[in-house]
Write a new protein. Sequence first.
Lengths: 333, 310
Amino acid sequence: MTQQLKLRRVSAEGSFLRRLSADRPARPVYLALVLLIVLGWLLFALDGGQFLSLENVVGIQQRSAALGIVAVGQTLVILAGSLDLSVTYLISLTSLVAAEIMAGSDANVPAAVAAVLAVSALVGLANGLIVTRLRVHAFIATLGVALIIRGALDERYDGPAGSVPASFQHLGYDRIGPLPVSALLWAAVAASVWLLLSRTRLGYRIYAVGGDIEVARLSGVRTERVVVVAHVVCSVCSGIAGLLLASRLGAGAPTVGTDGGYDLESIAAVVLGGTALAGGRGGVAGTVGGVLLLAVLDSIFNQLEVNSFAKDVVRGVVLVAALAIYARRRRTS
Amino acid sequence: MRRTLPIFVVLAVLLVAIAVANPYFLEPPAFLAFVKRAAPLVILAAGQYAVIVSGEFDLSVGSLVTAEVVIAARLIDGSAEATWPVVALLIVLGLLVGLVNGVVTTLLRVPSFITTLGMLLILSGAIFLWTGGAPRGALSEEFRELGRGSLGPVPWSVLILVVVAAAAAYAMRARFGHTLVAVGDNDRAAALSGVRVARVRTVAFMISGLAAAVAAILLGGFAGVSAQVGKGLEFQAITAVVLGGVALGGGRGSVVAAMAGAFTLEALFTLLNLYGISGALEPAVQGVIIIAAVALGAVRFPRRRVAATS
């Protein structure tokens, strides 16, 4: 009896360990995050301030929510061996679609949300089909789609347009205890994509396609369909981020995406989280860590009142250094 | 060779289309002005080609161009005798940035997309940190002469472009070019046959840095000092190279076709301007055409693509 129990526990432990090791690329980023938080706390303690104050913690979550949602979507396409550079302009576009359809009235909110999801899914579909059917490299395909959206935006809008009703602005500003609603939205998106990747057949196929598309194809995976779905989900994530930003601004803006630099920034967050740029390795947990790392770094800089240009320099160094460390670990292991 | 043919056809069609809309276009002054306008992008495309054909990316060239122009303006500050030392310094800086990109990518094994993205952030941040947000100083007349002036009827930048193009075409036919393509096609096979892969790739990044320095000197003269001068150039250069039929991922394509790709992109801008699609809709048309051109290239050679992926 006791032996049976013991055995069962050992096997459970084994599978737990195995699951952890499957997500191993995510570990260093959380280690770095903890170190950074301790460092920030020390710096502020010396300065007489408080780093982990409610205001600051909420600020970090709010700042990272939009980037976080985009980065979760970006994780999917990168895992599938693709890339999405069109997220920036899609975010601007969806923020405008949302604000224009809402036009300040509560009754239009469901229609606006549905329209945003439809528009972003369509853009994702276009991305995916161009990459798979027309065999255009994802870099060029999504760059081209980004240019097309940008042209449409430039043609129609000179500045902010539309307006978001006060009720919808709760999404951007309210919080429940220490948790902003926007962060909860981010958590929900991340959790569903995590479930998709680790619990569903589609998730396994995404890893298979990103790992080796030819092997996946020979094993009977419809690789084109998998890549298209990954692109659609990624674009829908950008659409959700567009909704969130519209609710923050109270209007749609053609520059809201470019101002955030979401294309390159989301890719940076994904690879900081240990996901391989070539696809097939990594996961959502690492991406969430990567986004939080960037946000904590930002918050430390803000409170130290470091010049915003110096922030870029440090970000670049952190990004390259992190990837150099990952490469070293991979070689030794 | 068959792979490079489509881009020349596209380029010829675009040039004819421009000539139909503007009959003066094919006369020497107007055509030389077009080549002069295209020269910086063509030179950047030649540099980007070296990096892409060796299997890497260089996203840092746009911010490098901006950095070089801003540095030149600040250091020269309108004085004539400072011109040539600063030009030498710019070239050294371009090579140095390429060296760092190459060493970080090859020795530290950071994917080049991330290395050069980091370099982009570092360069643009550092340069504005140094100038305090807005470019200061001024370029001297001697410096601007390279981008603006001409020797007789032929602009300096066209002469520089001819030299660069000849050097690039020669280098790709020489042993260096063959090893570069071999590294991009299969770095393991190249290493096993005795190629020093890390060194070859680092040299490719340095070529790209050098090309960015030369392009910055021309652009600074042509367009003057601004913090926006290099914005988006990295994507334009990569697009030009891909339009030329060069495979992202390396090992395939010719430098002449890559430069023709840059001319095509510039001809496209000119044509859109002529037909009054300037401004707002321009990026959209550009996006459609880039996707269409690359897609057509992929459809025309399905067998080669299969060979490349297997």
